[in-house]
Design a protein around this ligand. Structure first.
Ligand code: UD1
Length: 419
């Protein structure tokens, strides 16, 4: 059983480079299935979810090698269209392989995707969009058998909610479909633009990413390309919160300020100085963090749902009462009970968490309940005096590239205990 052990109370100082974005690298790896020449992807973070994607690519018959932060994929030898059930269960993002596999093979077989337990995470928007593009979907013994008998056809698709995953799946399916696909009500997250940049550099014709109307003109085939994954805005927010709760000062390189405007606003409201210089940022924390009356998670460019647990953890030691409203997922507060073990005062009801800041947290043993909830516990442990042990860290390893070394480099007293 692996744990992270933290001796809290040390101020964080120094500089780090932020990892590549988890939510970008996974769809980009899925997109390589569509490419008929070698693709070289740089700035890939070392994450268990990236390893799972590599296993999926290999199970499909693709050549896939990782060296440092570069992953090379050669999909010329693809010879399967079914994602093994054990790999589907390992991560939610396995669902974005669906559009790419159907686009390349004309069919796909998948089971229900796994990932963080954040309440119901349906895939109805993905499936109904694919049906509009000519895919027949049959459910048999827990498997979805998807077939595009006459190939994928471009379509007009209106999303009732700007789902990130559904927008990505439609783009992937549309890239080599016959004719034009228009996505109305598309998600605007920066990771979608990164996916489109990757596909366009391999020969696709995708326009309008970053707006709520995306047009994809299907091309006959995609070639190869070289691409660098954008910085991870959620990892950046996590390290900002780590510095903020310890009263420290850190500089981060490799960030995209335009992707993080709503996040900066929250840190500034809490009394932190956030100075930007090109692609780097310096956060200086005040002696005492201030309350942030209300933060609401929203679709981009609003405050990201993934940064919710991170901000709630930070506000446990801010002066006064703060309210966080989770608008994207129904059940994203399971980490709150674990934060309470540190002495945090948080009440939740429905989609609202009310945090009454305490002077200090005390060290405890706890367990990560999900990826970002796990990061919230690391933040709490950094500010709590004494030794905390965080269990079930496989959740954290899904999204953070060696969080222990990164925080250690900033002066945290943190280590792994691995059996
Ligand atoms: C979501 C986040 C994304 C985050 C990712 C990982 C949003 C809008 N999306 O993306 O920023 O990086 O989690 O934690 O913030 N839904 C349906 N039917 C569907 C698909 C989605 O009802 O077919 C609902 C979901 O239940 C949820 C909402 O739409 O309430 C957002 O889902 P979606 O954006 O698809 O989730 P992810 O792609 O996982």
């Amino acid at each position: 059983m692996s744990e992270i052990i933290v001796n809290g109370g040390k101020k964080l100082y120094g500089g780090i480079t932020v990892q590549g974005a988890k939510n970008s690298v996974l769809p980009v790896l899925a997109a390589t299935v569509l490419c008929q020449k070698e693709c070289v992807i740089h700035n890939c973070p070392a994450l268990s979810d990236v390893n799972t994607s590599i296993k999926i690519l290999r199970a499909l018959g693709c050549g896939c090698e990782a060296e440092g932060n570069t992953v090379t994929v050669d999909s010329r030898g693809i010879n399967a269209y079914e994602i093994p059930d054990n790999l589907m269960r390992e991560m939610r993002s396995s669902i974005v392989f669906l559009g790419a596999i159907i686009g390349r093979c004309g069919r796909a077989v998948i089971s229900s995707p796994g990932g963080c337990e954040l309440g119901p995470r349906p895939i109805d928007l993905h499936l109904s969009a694919l049906e509009r593009m000519g895919v027949t979907i049959n459910e048999e013994h827990g498997y979805l058998i998807c077939t595009a008998e006459k190939g994928l056809q471009g379509a007009e698709i209106s999303l009732g909610f700007p789902s990130v995953g559904a927008t990505e799946n439609i783009i992937l399916a549309a890239a080599t479909a016959k004719g034009m696909t228009t996505i109305h009500g598309a998600a605007k997250e920066p990771e979608i633009s990164d996916l489109a940049d990757f596909l366009n550099s391999a020969g696709a014709r995708i326009y309008g990413c970053g707006s709520d109307c995306i047009r994809v003109y299907g091309v006959e085939r995609l070639g190869g390309t070289e691409h660098t994954i954008i910085p991870d805005r959620i990892a950046a927010a996590t390290y900002m919160a780590c510095a903020a709760v310890t009263g420290g000062k850190i500089t981060m390189c490799n960030i995209m300020p335009s992707h993080m405007v709503s996040t900066f606003w929250v840190f500034r409201e809490a009394g932190c100085e956030v100075e930007l210089s090109g692609k780097s940022l310096t956060l200086s924390a005040p002696e005492h963090l201030k309350r942030v009356p209300t933060v609401r998670s929203l679709v981009h460019p609003g405050f990201p749902t993934d940064a919710g647990p991170i901000i709630v953890a930070m506000l446990t030691v801010a002066e006064g009462t703060s309210v966080f409203v989770e608008n994207i997922f129904e059940n994203r507060f399971s980490y709150v009970d674990e934060l309470k073990r540190f002495g945090a005062k948080i009440k939740t009801e429905g989609k609202i968490a009310v945090t009454e800041g305490v002077k200090e947290l005390s060290a405890t043993d706890c367990k990560a309940t999900d990826l970002r909830g796990g990061a919230a516990l690391v933040i709490a442990a950094l500010t709590a005096y004494g030794e905390s042990r965080i269990g079930d860290i496989h959740h954290i390893e899904r999204g953070y590239d060696d969080i222990v070394s990164v925080l250690g480099a900033l002066g945290a007293d943190i280590k792994y205990s691995k059996d």
